[in-house]
Every structure is written in C-alpha cells, then in structure tokens.
Design a binder for this molecule. Structure first.
Ligand code: ADP
Ligand code: MG
Length: 590
C-alpha cells in the first residue's frame, strides 16, 4: 500500500534554517480512494461490478491498478445483479459500485432484490456533498441516497471521514453476511475519496473482519423437539430452499436426507444440492408430496407465495400438516402458519445437530409413503418423456428444453441461468440439476432482468461455462450486456426462446389500429445479430437438433455465443405457471 499512497515531500529548509517539523522530513499520506480499496482487499473482496462515472471513475481505475478485478457494465441494475449472485455463490458480499443519484437508483433495484433473496451484497455509491444535499440547494445529481436506500436493504451506512472507512467497510461486511444475509448500502460522498490522512494512521484504521458470519448453534432442546416431531411422522417431507444451497453445508445435508430416508423437494435454486435424479428426490411428484405429507421440514426455505404460504388447497386438508423450520432468522418462524418445531441457527450447525440424532436406529419412513411418492414420480416422468423428444420446427418449449436437459446432463458443472415466463417455469421442471448452486434464476420476487448480470458473475466467480436460457422478453431487460460478455470474453452461451413476444407472440390489437398488441414484439427478430455485432458468435436455429449442435459448439469453444431459438409463437401460456396472479377483467367495453 505504501508505494501507492500519495507521497508529498515537504520543503524542510527555510531561510531561518530547519523547519520545526524536521523530524517528519517526509510524511506519507493516503486518501479515501486508497483506503476503500485497501479495506476491501484486506477482507478478501477482490472483485467489483459497476458502472464508472462521477464521482467514482478514478476509484474504479485505481482499484484495477491495485489488482482488483473491476467488471464494468452498461447498466447498474445488471452490475448489481451480478454482485448479488456473486454473494450467493461465494458467501462473501458481492460489491457493486455506482455513480450518484440515477446510477444509485438503478443499482437499488438489485440491492432490494438481493435483500429479498437473502443474498449478501454491498452497493457502494458515490454521492453529492451533504452540506448541499441537506439544504436542497441543487447539487449535481443531488439525492438523499442514504435515506432512500434504508428501507430497501438490511443496513445502510455513510462514511464522512477517511479515518472511518475501515470501520464503515467492516460494518457493511458484517451486516451483509451475518445472520440472514442481505443487501447493504454504503454511501461515500465525493469529498471522501480525495480526503487525505497520514498513511500509517490510515493503515491502522483498517479492519480485517474476524469471523464475519459466526456460526449460530441451535439450542439442544430445539433440536430434540424437531427430531421428536420428525420421528413421529408417517409421511415426512424435507423441503430444501436456496438458503440451504447458500449455506454450503452440502455434505451434511446429503447425509441428513440419505440417513433419514425422507423424500426431499428442492426449491428452484436448491436444485442440484442433491441431484434431481436422486432416488429420494420428489421433484416430479411435487403436488402429491405437498398435499399428502404430514410433517414437513423446511431447510432454508420460506413459506412465501412460492409455497402457497403453507396453506390452501395445494397443502391438502387444513390441519393435516406439521412444520419444522430450520432457519437463521428467528422472526421467520410462524410467518404464515404455525411452526411446531422452530430450529434457529445456521444450516450447517442445525443439520449437523440433527444428524447426531439420526443414527442407525432411526426408523425409515413408512414404505407405503415412499412407494406412493415413487409411483407418482415415475408416472409424471413417463408422461413428460415423449414431449421432450419432439423434433419439430418451429419448436415448442418442451422440444427445445429436451435438448437443453441433455446438455446439462452431459455438462453437470455448467451453470444454468434462467428467466422468462414459460421459459422459466418449464425449464425448472424439465432441466435436471446435478450439482449445488448451478441453477440461478429469478428467485423470491420472480423478477425479470437478472439474466445477463447473473451470467457475467457466474462466469467471473466460478470460471465455469454458463448457459443462460432466456425468454425473449426477459432477455430484453439486460440484453445490452452481451457487449460486456464479449468484452471480457466470458464463456457464456445465451439461448433465447424467441416466440415473438411476452407469453406468446400471437396477440392482436383489438381495435385493429396500427399499433401491435401490447404483448408482442417484432416478428422474427434476430437477436443472434446483437452478439455478432459485439464480436461474439450468433446462431439462428429452428429445430432441437440444430439447437443441440449450437449449444455444444458454444460450450466446447467457451466463446460468447447467442443462439436465437425460434419457438412457436402460439406455444406459451399467459404468465407461464402463475397466470392466477395476473388479474383479468371480466368486463370489456364493446
Ligand atoms: P426458497 O425461495 O428457495 O424457498 P428462501 O429464499 O425463501 O428460499 O429462503 C431462504 C431462507 O434461508 C431464508 O429464510 C434465510 O433466512 C435462510 N438462510 C439463508 N442463509 C442461511 C444460513 N446460512 N443458515 C440458515 N438459514 C439461512
Ligand atoms: Mg417470449
């Protein structure tokens, strides 16, 4: 750090002789720029996702010069999504860097999404001067960013003095990764960056955070309660959520599932924690196990809308269910229904504690239950199989997904990014995952726009090939980042399921007027040309066979590739599988 610090040589000789400060003949100085960079590096945070501009342009340059990886995006939302998923993949907060006001607001969507999904990230935004902002005197990009960020993240901090940078970064890291992970906002006013202080004092002010996410051990009585409930079950079920994937307690979770013999259901981003082809996986019998189970143990999964809030017809008769919940957040318990055995702690510790009680004498779940699950599962898999083999042109979703399913089977360490409506819902069911944290998708909010940000970070953080399966509409939210993918030469293969519009490409304007319907796009757009324009490989395919060949070539070469896959415009359904959430008017004017 010393050689990079600002060095000023003070004139020490005056007409009167030696300056009073002769002892400090040469004072080494540092500044806010360097201190922020050093604080991040000291804590193993070596990658920044961001968009340069005032007042953080030079910060990005200097971070790169100091050996950090600085990935510049075309829009802050994508940089933010990249940081968020980097946090999910690594258990360290992903760093997103933005300019003030509009750049900050663009990044905020990703910060809020990270918080909702329990992904650790830190949004660092430059901001305007407090004195002017607080008096509302109209500064360049004036905005009270801290106040705006607060309700949308786990914690928000502002640093005004260079000497506090070390503590500010330490607080941000702890807030992001300890307890329930989430998004943190760090506000750095422009003036802070050039604030100068003594280099030695600066170095001393930095904090290397010790044990940033301390283990949280469950109480023994809570473990016993959970085991007692589980032991009494006739039709037990384990639901694994993305919290379980995040925890990286893969071996313990596998041991718990296998030693207990209980069927498990992975939530979308927990797929692959144990392979979807595992004999105990109940993914293909989802409705049956939700409805008919009597005891459900949730591990890092919330009873939110994605699980129908743990009640209603999907869950069978009212009162037919007992819930055990393993979660680091005590306030999550009873959020939707009663939890009879709350187990609060980190998943690694909780699952290890449960395992101690699941020894050789643990009773296997009743065979009529495991057999019923197995039968239902085989039935559904058999029903699906012929649909996946259809080699038609234009393709339908199943025909196209059938080959992508084979791609992931053949390349289980590739990372699958997935968004869209039908493209998402169908891919989730069709494409089996084999390894933990390989499926990255729209998460808790079900939002569109995560695609290219997630794809970039997945490639940067893991070095593995990435397959991004995108609806044509979903892709549009982050599509300009194909340039970013080409610029950094990332091994990303994007497949666009192009059905000419949102849900379907067949809607018509009821008035017969010149505008097309609200949900349709230009027919036959060639998204592959966008990739070619940036120097990547573009391929246009109309059959599953062509699709398979193109994806294989992309994955083999590792070259940025975009495959425009023509899907029958009539093939999709409204809102994919969640059409019930899209209210439709029963009153139409004639
Ligand atoms: P899914 O959507 O896959 O069901 P959710 O995001 O709803 O998953 O739930 C994830 C849960 O995991 C959250 O309640 C969160 O508090 C919890 N969680 C995250 N990390 C950990 C951890 N290391 N240990 C325990 N619980 C965790
Ligand atoms: Mg579409």
């Amino acid at each position: 750090m010393a050689d990079a610090a600002v060095k000023t040589k003070r004139e020490t000789t005056t007409a009167q002789g030696i300056d009073a400060n002769a002892a400090k003949a040469e004072q080494e100085l540092t500044d806010g720029f360097h201190l922020v960079i050093e604080a991040l590096k000291l804590n193993g945070l070596n990658t920044i996702y961001g968009v340069p501009g005032i007042p953080i342009t030079d910060f990005g340059r200097m971070a790169q010069a100091e050996g950090m990886r600085v990935i510049s995006f075309r829009h802050e939302q994508n940089a933010g999504n990249a940081a968020a998923i980097a946090g999910f993949l690594t258990k360290k907060p992903g760093i997103c860097l933005t300019v003030s006001a509009p750049g900050f607001l663009n990044g905020l969507t990703a910060l809020a999404n990270a918080t909702t999904n329990c992904f650790p990230m830190i949004l660092i935004s430059g901001s305007s001067e407090r004195e002017i902002v607080d008096l509302q005197q109209g500064d360049y990009e004036e905005l009270d960013q801290l106040a705006i960020a607060k309700p949308l993240c786990t914690a928000a901090f502002r640093v005004l003095h260079a000497a506090d940078i070390g503590i500010g970064v330490a607080r941000a890291i702890r807030a992001a990764v300890s307890g329930r992970p989430g998004g943190v906002y760090l506000d750095l006013p422009a003036k802070l960056f050039s604030q100068v202080m003594d280099a030695e004092a600066g170095a001393k002010s930095l904090v290397k955070v010790i044990d940033p996410a301390p283990a949280q051990l469950p109480a023994p009585a809570a473990v016993k309660r959970a085991l007692d409930v589980l032991k009494g079950a006739k039709r037990p079920l384990i639901i694994l959520g993305k919290g379980a994937a995040y925890a990286q307690a893969d071996d313990q979770i596998r041991a718990l599932v296998e030693k207990s013999g209980i069927p498990f259901l992975p939530m979308s981003m927990a797929k692959g924690l144990l392979p979807d082809t595992h004999p105990q996986c109940a993914g293909a019998a989802r409705s049956t196990v939700l409805k008919d189970s009597d005891v459900v143990m949730l591990i890092g999964a919330r009873l939110n809308w994605l699980l129908s809030h743990g009640k209603g017809k999907n869950w069978g008769e009212p009162g037919s269910k007992k819930f055990i919940q393993v979660d680091i957040e005590p306030k999550e318990m009873d959020s939707n229904v009663e939890i009879v055995a709350p187990l609060v702690g980190d998943i690694g510790s909780c699952v290890s504690a449960l395992l101690e009680g699941i020894d050789g004498k643990w009773p296997a779940p009743p065979a009529d239950w495991t057999n019923a699950v197995k039968t239902k599962k085989e039935e559904n898999i058999a029903k699906m199989a012929p649909k996946l083999m259809k080699n038609s042109a234009p393709m339908d979703f199943h025909g196209a997904l059938g080959v992508l399913r084979t791609v992931i089977k053949e390349r289980p360490d590739a990372i699958l990014v997935n968004e869209g409506a039908n493209t998402l819902d169908l891919a989730r069911g069709v494409i089996d995952m084999y390894q933990p944290r390989k499926r990255l998708d729209v998460g808790t909010w079900g939002i569109m726009g995560i695609g290219m940000g997630f794809a970039v970070a997945a490639a940067v953080e893991t070095g593995k090939p990435v397959l991004a399966v995108e609806g044509d509409s979903a892709f549009g939210f982050s599509g300009m980042e194909v340039e970013t993918i080409c610029r950094y030469k990332l091994p990303v293969c994007i497949v666009i399921f192009n059905n000419n519009g949102i849900y379907r490409g067949t809607d018509v304007n009821p008035t017969g007027g010149p505008d097309v319907a609200t949900t349709v796009f230009v027919k036959g757009s060639r998204y592959d040309k966008m990739m070619e324009a940036c120097g990547g490989v573009g391929v246009h395919v109309t059959t599953p066979d062509e699709l398979k060949r193109a994806v294989d070539a992309a994955m083999d070469s590792g070259k940025p590739t975009l495959i425009n896959a023509v899907i029958d415009p009539a093939a999709g359904s409204e809102s994919g599988r969640i059409g019930n959430l899209n209210p439709q008017s029963k009153i139409r004017k004639k």
